[in-house]
Ligand binder design. Structure first.
Ligand code: NAD
Ligand code: UDX
Length: 466
């Protein structure tokens, strides 16, 4: 089967970049990315490429090349569904914040809405691809909705989880470690659908890297991959606390264990804690699934990864308070970075949010500089917590577009995101304009301890005893 038209529902951090790269590599396919969020679609269509809704290195160039050629962004969801041979569902699947499974399970209401809309609108057979990260066995729920509420047309459901990481999305999409496709190979129609999706990827991904499994393995592999990755971060962060007590240095420990080829050197950077929209949500979902099967030991094992991460964020803010003579009340503390990692404007679950909330509870005055995150986003993140009124948040936390002004007159600087530009600042100048003693709390192990200490800073790093 030759795919000519693709629709992607959800123009977010996954749908946008993923379809952009498919469009570049498959000029013979017309792709339409649709979303209910009109302003997001308008931003994707914006002439000024700096106004795209997502900052991702390299994305703007490819959008410029393919937008209007074979890639389109639209709010006309019905039309895009109807004309497509293949529909990717790439909507958000956040943690439920109400009812059964609150705080743990994935909220599948957006997925179900998509399935119902596809069923309602479709007049010919279609392949529906789960791109969103979903609990294992969600495909059966989607199938049941499609088969029972549709117009008698046939749907094949595939699972094709996305493994891109933000900040490196374009490179990850251009050269994926693997592409995973789950489908029902036991039927002729299933096989045809699997092959149709394989053929799309074969336009640029070597066939050895395209892996096919049954649907359930594919769905569960995505949750498993994120659980393993997050577990590495929590494991190294747990060791960082032992390092601080014993005089061992976490960077030396990471290097020493990473040279063991069975362990590998990636993803062993101790930090203020992992953030992002995926790790916590997907592990909590895994914990919920395990519990729902009565697998309590399995659930407890994975939940500890999230508990450790919460602890890491809390002990970072606690250390700032205790180091600043047990009070930060009325003291200016500067945050360099608000995004959950460098090279993205995404702040979902960023450690900065939690650390800021803790310090504001201690009545600190916070000044934030981030090169890519908007002012509105930062206030929305804080207001969403509901800890204090939006007026109070605005009074206590200010946002600066100039890092030097952000640092002026502050008692301490906290590095929350590992943006490269921070390394090249004129730290002597920053020191000169700060209150003394001047502290740096490096939550990312980014700066050079010796250089800062020579200037006069008191420098704290995660995982290094002082
Ligand atoms: P996102 O919030 O950035 O984007 C989702 C978009 O879907 C939003 O713009 C929303 O308006 C839209 N939407 C919701 N319901 C809709 C509907 N019924 N019709 C049309 N549009 C609708 O989310 P994201 O970060 O792109 O993540 C999407 C999925 O991909 C999630 O399941 C996530 O777990 C998974 N994922 C994310 C990443 C990542 O790095 N962000 C990586 C891999 C997988
Ligand atoms: C993650 C997965 O890596 C990706 O495969 C999946 O598709 C989506 O979730 P993402 O959250 O975008 O991607 O970024 P990632 O690079 O995994 O970082 C997640 C968090 O862990 C960030 O806050 C990062 O700073 C932190 N981290 C990562 C560490 O603290 N230390 C590390 O060694 C690696």
């Amino acid at each position: 089967m030759n795919i000519k038209r693709i629709c992607c529902i959800g123009a977010g951090y996954v749908g946008g970049p993923t379809m952009t790269v498919i469009a570049q590599k498959c000029p013979h396919i017309k792709l339409t990315v649709v979303d209910i969020n009109e302003s997001r679609i308008a931003a994707w269509n914006s002439k000024d490429l700096n106004k795209l809704p997502i900052f991702e290195p390299g994305l703007d160039k490819i959008v410029e090349e393919v937008r209007g050629r074979n890639l389109f962004f639209s709010t006309d969801i019905d039309e895009a569904i109807n004309e497509a041979d293949m529909i990717f569902i790439s909507v958000n699947t956040p943690t439920k914040n109400y009812g059964k499974g609150k705080g743990m399970a994935s909220d599948l209401k957006y997925i179900e809405l998509c399935a119902r809309q596809i069923a309602k609108v479709s007049r010919q057979n279609k392949i529906v691809v789960e791109k969103s990260t979903l609990p294992v066995r969600t495909a059966s729920a989607i199938k049941s909705i499609l088969d029972n509420t549709g117009n008698g047309v046939h749907f094949q459901i595939l699972s094709n989880p996305e493994f891109l990481a933000e900040g490196t999305a374009i490179q990850d999409l251009l050269k994926p470690d693997r592409v995973l496709i789950g489908g029902d190979a036991s039927t002729k129609e299933g096989e045809v659908a699997i092959q149709a999706l394989i053929d799309v990827y074969l336009n640029w991904v070597p066939k050895e890297q395209i892996l096919t499994t049954n649907v359930w393995s594919s769905e569960l592999s995505k949750l498993t991959a994120n659980a393993f990755l997050a577990q590495r971060v929590s494991s190294i962060n747990a060791m960082s606390e032992i390092c601080e007590k014993t005089g061992a240095d976490i960077r030396e420990v990471s290097k020493a264990i990473g040279m063991d080829s069975r362990i590998g050197s990636k993803f062993l950077n101790a930090s203020v804690g992992f953030g992002g929209s995926c790790f916590q949500k997907d592990i909590l979902n895994l914990v919920y699934i395990a519990k729902s099967y009565g697998l309590n030991e399995v659930a407890d094992y994975w939940e500890q990864v999230v508990i450790m991460n919460e602890h890491q964020k809390k002990r970072f803010s606690d250390n700032i308070v205790s180091t600043l003579y047990n009070t930060v009340s009325g003291k200016k503390i500067t945050f360099l970075g608000w995004a959950f990692k460098k090279n993205t404007n995404d702040t979902r679950e960023s450690a900065a949010i939690r650390v800021a909330d803790d310090l504001l509870n201690e009545r600190a005055e916070i000044s934030v500089y981030d090169p890519k995150v908007t002012e509105e986003r930062i206030y929305e993140d804080l207001n969403y917590l509901g800890t204090r009124s939006s007026i109070e948040n605005k009074r206590l936390l200010t946002i600066n577009k100039d890092p030097y002004r952000a640092c002026k007159n502050s008692h301490a600087i906290a590095i929350l995101t590992e943006w490269d530009e921070f390394k090249n600042y004129d730290w002597k100048n920053i020191y000169k304009n700060m209150e003394k003693p001047a502290f740096v709390f490096d939550g990312r192990g980014l700066l050079n301890k010796e250089e800062l200490e020579i200037i006069g800073f008191i420098y704290y790093n995660i995982g290094t005893g002082n």
